[in-house]
Design a binder for this molecule. Structure first.
Ligand SMILES: [Ca+2]
Ligand SMILES: [Ca+2]
Length: 100
């Protein structure tokens, strides 16, 4: 992930094992587009909390990146919108609920 000096933009790049870029997504706090899917959460859970530790932070984004693109799912907690895939939409859900 690359973050600019004033932290208004982050770029996520996803690589295959040969080092080739599979996907690249930039997210900006000043007009960028974020996924709009709403997470499905059981009662009492924290939206975007992948590892269920009660916090939504960089650890949760890291877990999604670790499992990005898995099909079938190995770590179901990383599929926050329950669509059967781990994608940028799931990262967007963490970012929408990120607590600094
Ligand atoms: Ca967490
Ligand atoms: Ca998903």
């Amino acid at each position: 992930m690359l973050v600019d000096a004033i932290a208004t933009q982050a770029t996520f790049k996803f690589y295959n094992t040969a080092g080739a870029v599979l996907d690249s997504v930039s997210i900006s706090s000043s007009g960028g587009t974020l996924p709009t899917d709403s997470p499905t959460n059981p009662p009492g859970s924290t939206p975007g909390d992948v590892n269920k530790d009660g916090k939504v932070n960089i650890v949760d984004i890291g877990l999604i990146i670790d499992h990005y693109g898995e099909a079938p799912l190995v770590y179901t907690n990383a599929d926050l919108n329950n669509d059967g895939k781990v994608t940028i939409i799931d990262i967007g859900i963490v970012i929408d609920n990120y607590a600094i």
